[in-house]
Design a protein around this ligand. Structure first.
Ligand SMILES: [Zn+2]
Length: 126
């Protein structure tokens, strides 16, 4: 469910989900495999991660619960460009766009257990 809604792309994975009862909030931890190579945003060379920076985003609410995403964003050091650059992350960009544009539309057709939620995560065409 979350995987689909988040539209994660390789090498990003949903590593861990927590529901914080006190805040009534979901916390989604996104991570990538160790040793992943990323393309340099300038020249496209494959680069190893140089370091990472922990970030947090407010995601669209899931079922009216606050949802936060946490991830380590990698920076790469490109030997060709001799630059250290933050790797652009598609889903993070989408989030910043979405945060105040559109909200998830939930069509709750039934209150029985096992009912279906139709969730329209707007912005899938970005
Ligand atoms: Zn480069």
């Amino acid at each position: 469910m979350f995987n689909i809604a988040l539209q994660l792309e390789e090498p990003w994975k949903l590593a861990h989900i927590e529901f914080e009862g006190r805040d009534q909030a979901w916390h989604l931890y996104i991570d990538f495999e160790r040793g992943t190579t990323f393309s340099c945003p300038f020249c496209g060379s494959a680069c190893k991660e140089y370091d990472t920076e922990k970030k947090q985003w407010r995601h669209l609410d899931f079922w009216n619960w606050k949802t936060f995403m946490h991830a380590r964003l990698p920076r790469v050091k490109c030997r060709s460009c001799n630059k250290v650059t933050q790797v652009p992350v598609k889903w993070a960009r989408a989030l910043s766009h979405l945060s105040n544009v559109k909200r998830i539309a939930i069509d709750e057709t039934s209150s029985r257990p096992g009912h279906r939620y139709d969730i329209d995560v707007c912005g899938s065409r970005m």
